[in-house]
Design a binder for this molecule. Structure first.
Ligand code: SF4
Ligand code: SF4
Length: 455
């Protein structure tokens, strides 16, 4: 299969990165790709999805990876898995021999092993330059569920209409479930037996990089996990802290110890990320060197400087994010720069996930979240038109229409965009440029009424 054919299938089936920003996958199929990496680092504490999916579907996922390699003409495929996921590595080892150009890369149990820049270095010893892209050095990275979705589209003509989500921490029965796109966080949490804390807070994604969401937030193609925590938990306190107060605390307590910079994964790979310099310049309102503020654009928002490194409990990551977002909102993009040499003792400065979990008071939540792959049924969904980076899709249906699960209900916009398919069968309650709401019970009731009228 050639690149254009695969690209058309990926686009037609609405496949984007099943996590993170959700970059449309077709746009990653570039002729310059020499190395394709399957990212099964799953480095955020408590996340349990990819290792289980790869363990159960190693054949399908490795086959999917080989299709990508063939389409872009890549010389090498790397399956990057943490050594500690022993059942997953065993499943990969059982199939990888069928692909002579593929190899298994064992990763260490450190955070953030799954950050693209870190993962590429660990797997290939190549450094993505600051402000650059993996494709500049001939690499493309795909996550496990994305490649599984590609396989399902290729072999079973199945568009993306559901999502695997791990539900963990303060729930009765942590588990990983497959739900239709558009169900609410509350419904998904109920599938794990409901909450076990009186005042729960929901984090969509990992505890390091995920965001707090309300219980009526809906699942999209990029929702990997829902972490339920008590409101008073350390992680919640850090995520809800006010930057006005964070700045005052930084001015009073930042001792310029440089620990935040010394542990920054991007700094360790030679990127111009110096959180301690930023803290000094921001708290002193010192703009003599504006580059320090522009360098916030090179931060990956991994959160390590804040959640782990700073002994004073300060918030460099959150403050940097505010500056970075301000620059982005004003159309400023990071310049491509030359990376400095890799920090010599980088190896020993990497942060073990176990220690990170301890620091974040998460260790007791680190229990299995078994995978249940059968699709959960639900009565109503709110399917978002924007589910990934790029332009939102445009609805093709209107209120009162009936749709079938898997039916195309929104077309891609111009530019980087993907179509959207119905995740359940039902009657369209509302369709606008933000979402399409589909209700199954209303369709069933209409059918019954029509049946009675006819007979
Ligand atoms: S680790 Fe904390 S105290 Fe030390 S330089 Fe960084 S922000 Fe300041
Ligand atoms: S969040 Fe902190 S540790 Fe992570 S990349 Fe940004 S500055 Fe570095």
């Amino acid at each position: 299969m050639n690149r254009n054919e695969l690209s058309a299938i990926l686009k037609e089936n609405g496949i984007c990165g099943a996590g993170g920003a959700g970059f449309p996958t077709y746009a990653k199929l570039d002729e310059r790709v020499e190395t394709v990496i399957l990212n099964c680092a799953e480095c955020e504490p408590l996340l349990k999805l990819h290792r289980q999916l790869l363990r159960e579907h190693a054949y399908e996922i490795l086959h999917g990876l080989s299709l990508i390699m063939e389409a872009v003409g890549a010389k090498e495929g790397i399956v990057a898995v943490k050594r500690s996921y022993t059942k997953t590595t065993a499943a990969v080892e059982a199939h990888i021999g069928s692909y002579p150009n593929m190899r298994l890369k064992y990763l260490r149990e450190v955070y953030p092993a799954g950050d693209e820049v870190v993962l590429i270095y660990e797997s290939t010893k190549k450094v993505v330059q600051p402000g650059g892209l993996p494709i500049d050095i001939g690499v493309a990275v795909f996550n496990v569920e994305t490649v599984y979705n590609l396989y399902m589209a290729m072999e079973h003509k199945q568009p993306v209409t559901s999502k695997l989500v791990s539900v963990v921490a303060e729930v009765k029965e942590p588990k990983t479930v497959r739900v239709p796109l558009g169900v609410t966080v509350k419904e998904v949490v109920e599938l794990a037996g409901g909450v076990t804390t009186p005042d729960p807070v929901y984090i969509m994604g990992g505890p390091m990089m995920g965001n707090l969401v309300p219980e009526y937030e809906v699942i999209t193609k990029t929702s990997n996990a829902i972490i339920v925590l008590p409101r008073e938990h350390y992680v919640v306190q850090r995520k809800t802290s006010s930057n006005k107060i964070n700045m005052k605390r930084a001015a009073a307590a930042c001792c310029q110890c440089e620990q935040c910079t010394n542990m920054c994964p991007r700094f360790l790979l030679g990127h111009p990320s110096h959180p301690h310099l930023f803290m000094r310049a921001a708290t002193c309102k010192d703009v003599q060197d504006p580059q320090i503020f522009l360098d916030t654009m090179y931060c990956s928002s991994c959160g390590l400087c804040e959640m782990y490194a700073c002994g004073q409990g300060l918030s460099p990551a959150k403050l940097i994010a505010e500056y970075k977002n301000g620059l982005k909102a004003n159309g400023i993009k990071p310049e491509r720069r030359e990376a400095a040499p890799i920090v010599e003792d980088r190896q020993i400065k990497r942060v073990p996930v176990e220690r990170l979990m301890k620091r974040m008071c998460l260790t007791h939540y680190n229990i299995p979240a078994p995978l249940h792959e059968e699709l959960v049924e639900c009565a109503r969904v709110k399917i978002m038109m924007r589910q990934h980076i790029g332009a939102p899709a445009k609805p093709l249906v209107k209120a009162g229409d009936y749709v079938e699960a898997g039916q195309l209900i929104a077309e891609p916009a111009d530019g980087l965009s993907l179509p959207v398919h119905a995740s359940i069968s039902g009657k369209v309650l509302e369709a606008n440029d933000k979402f399409i709401m589909v209700d199954k019970a209303l369709m069933d009731a209409d059918k019954k009424r029509k049946g009675r009228a006819n007979g």
